[in-house]
Design a protein around this ligand. Structure first.
Ligand SMILES: Nc1ncnc2c1ncn2[C@@H]1O[C@H](COP(=O)(O)OP(=O)(O)OP(=O)(O)O)[C@@H](O)[C@H]1O
Ligand SMILES: O=P(O)(O)OC[C@H]1O[C@H](OP(=O)(O)OP(=O)(O)O)[C@H](O)[C@@H]1O
Length: 206
């Protein structure tokens, strides 16, 4: 059976395909996939899912490999083999708040898509905060008064800037990672090794 690779839909999918093509792989069937969520190329089967679901498919051995942001691995701690970093998906995790806004002395409220990362960040500081879990557009929370600050991903800083927020502290750097199912690495070693070696040798995508 062909190895199955789970890709995080959206920006990581696009960056992965660019990278995969730069390694000499044929991505035409993937580019032409339309709304299909499972696509076969000559050598591989690809499935497309949300980042955290990519880890679930890999953990359960449905997918042999997965392409996912390191932020997702840190947040959800799935039981997968964290195989290697990939040269795309670079971003940082930051605490941000309104420029010129007050940073209250009382127990602060922090909005984030990443409650576990947020909790650990403040635990290490010895600070107790109330965490408000959001699913996106996290920058809105301080503007609308839902939270005093946010913990979120920053790449260019444009979203923060355009919403009047500033970074107070940056505390993690991430890239996309290739993850693997633990048993697949043994059982499908022969067909996975050439692919893993190719992914390892590639140059950074700019
Ligand atoms: N602005 C960004 N720049 C670079 N990498 C990012 C950025 N935002 C997210 N990422 C990385 O890409 C991964 C996928 O992010 P993406 O925004 O495509 O989906 P998501 O955050 O899971 O949410 P959704 O699919 O609901 O929009 C993240 O887990 C992170 O590793
Ligand atoms: O520093 P920047 O280059 O501006 O990128 C950062 C933004 O990108 C991500 O959001 P995304 O586009 O995934 O949308 P979301 O708010 O739905 O998570 C992240 O949550 C920030 O909002």
């Amino acid at each position: 059976m062909k190895p199955c690779i789970a890709l995080t839909k959206g920006r990581l999918e696009k960056q992965f395909l660019e990278y995969f093509q730069s390694l000499g792989f044929d991505i035409q069937p993937l580019v032409k996939k339309g709304r299909k969520l499972r696509v076969d190329t000559e050598d591989f089967q690809f499935v497309f899912a949300k980042g955290v679901d990519v880890t679930t498919y890999v953990e359960h051995g449905i997918a042999d490999l997965g392409i996912v942001g390191e932020d997702v691995l840190t947040e959800f701690q799935p039981d997968v083999f964290n195989l290697l970093p990939l040269p795309f998906g670079q971003c940082r995790m930051a605490l941000a708040a309104e420029a010129g806004g007050k940073w209250p002395e009382r127990k602060r409220k922090i909005a984030s898509k990443y409650p576990n990362i947020t909790k650990e960040f403040f635990r290490l500081k010895g600070e107790s905060v109330d965490i408000v879990k959001l699913e996106g557009s996290v920058e809105l929370a301080p503007i609308l008064g839902l939270a005093d600050g946010i913990v979120d991903i920053v790449e260019t800083g444009t979203t923060l800037k355009e919403n009047g927020l500033i970074i107070k502290e940056e505390f993690h750097q991430y890239t996309a990672r290739c993850i693997a199912n633990r048993s697949s690495l043994k059982i499908k070693k022969d067909c996975l090794t050439p692919l893993i070696e190719a992914l390892q040798k590639g140059e950074a995508v700019t």
